[in-house]
Design a protein around this ligand. Structure first.
Ligand SMILES: [Mg+2]
Length: 342
């Protein structure tokens, strides 16, 4: 097989701020991957995130060291074994591994002439609805943004900023019928989190994602035993091996292809989470339609979707999964079903 890769810059239509220091801005530096077999090209995308020690430069370097492993594979049908080789050839770099993994699935689907969800035994009509994410903003800007998406029935509100209570109060006021989910991005201390969560109950918030830093499992155990709302792990849940340790700390997990290393790892996490009685959300970074469609292909297996990352872009270089109001609509084409927007 042949493989090529290049930097892919994505520009958001406005600045996207969350509670992690160092995450702010509107240009996102991803990597585009193409794997070719018998003239067919499988597409993949890495969306490296600095809190997991990855960026575009480390991802390009990781691609350079992993490309020979892909080149020596004869075809995409040994993908499971190939991905195991890739895992042992280089530690970490999950976003790069996710890109290779989705390109291999894309190739397999195109070679069979079937969409990936069909190959996995899933039906396109079983996709969930997705939340639309509201980032940290001043109350005035946030009000304007909520008004623009007031007909979106599922909203995810980023908290952990300066105006948490004002923010949730105004979102509830502007979107009285919406389901509201909160993501604190690890910004709170245990007692502060419990106080906030009690307040969030008053605004009919459905659940809270990652209230405390991942480095505080004892704080999470304390909070979980007292929290009136379900708690979902994001920064505390990167890969399959994290799941057993989340029992008694969280009620659900947020799986992202870029954190776990791709679709095949996500599928294993989904099975494990079901066995542990954890609810499952499928989330994203700021990504193009390649990664989002890849995640969408397995979305019929999960309880909650937060796959709006490309709706925030000024220009998405690819066309794939669409939204019908907030329901995910998978493309009918084979493999990922993603095409260039040019
Ligand atoms: Mg999150």
């Amino acid at each position: 097989m042949r493989i090529s890769y290049e930097p892919m810059e994505l520009r958001a239509s406005h600045s996207l701020d969350i509670a992690h220091e160092g995450f702010s801005g509107n240009v996102f530096h991803n990597v585009l991957v193409r794997i070719e077999y018998e003239g067919i090209i499988g597409l993949g995308e890495a969306a490296p995130f600095f809190i997991y020690g990855e960026n575009q430069r480390t991802s390009m370097a990781a691609m350079e060291s992993l490309a020979p492993v892909v080149r020596q594979a004869e075809d995409p049908w040994g993908a499971e074994s190939l991905m195991q080789e890739i895992d042992s050839a280089l530690a970490g770099n999950q976003s790069v591994k996710a890109a290779i993994d989705m390109a291999l699935y894309d190739l397999q689907g195109q070679l069979c002439g079937k969409p990936l969800h069909s190959l996995l035994g899933l039906r396109a009509e079983d996709t969930p609805q997705s939340t639309f994410t509201l980032y940290l903003d001043s109350p005035e800007t946030l009000r304007e943004k909520v008004r623009r998406v007031a007909d979106w029935p599922l909203l995810k509100v980023k908290l952990g900023g300066q105006y948490d209570l004002e923010a949730i109060e105004l979102v509830r006021k502007e979107a009285p019928d919406a389901v509201i989910r909160v993501d604190a991005n690890a910004a709170w201390e245990p007692h502060q989190a419990l106080d906030m969560i009690k307040e969030l109950v008053r605004y009919q918030v459905e659940f809270v994602e990652q209230p405390l830093p991942a480095a505080d499992p004892e704080g999470m155990r304390w909070l979980h035993s007292r929290s009136p709302l379900p708690l979902v792990a994001d920064e505390s849940c990167l890969r399959l091996e994290d799941l057993p340790g989340l029992r008694g700390l969280f009620d659900g997990i947020n799986i992202k292809l870029t954190k776990c290393g791709g679709i095949r790892h996500a599928l294993k996490m989904i099975s494990c989470a079901r066995a542990l009685g954890l609810k499952i959300m499928l989330g994203c970074m700021v990504e193009s339609s390649i990664s989002l469609t890849a995640a969408g292909q397995i979305s019929p297996l999960v309880d909650y979707a937060d796959l709006d990352g490309n709706t925030l872009l000024e220009h998405d270089p690819f066309i794939g999964m669409q939204f019908d109001k907030c329901r995910l609509v998978l493309p009918a084409g084979p493999g990922l079903g993603v095409k260039s927007a040019e």
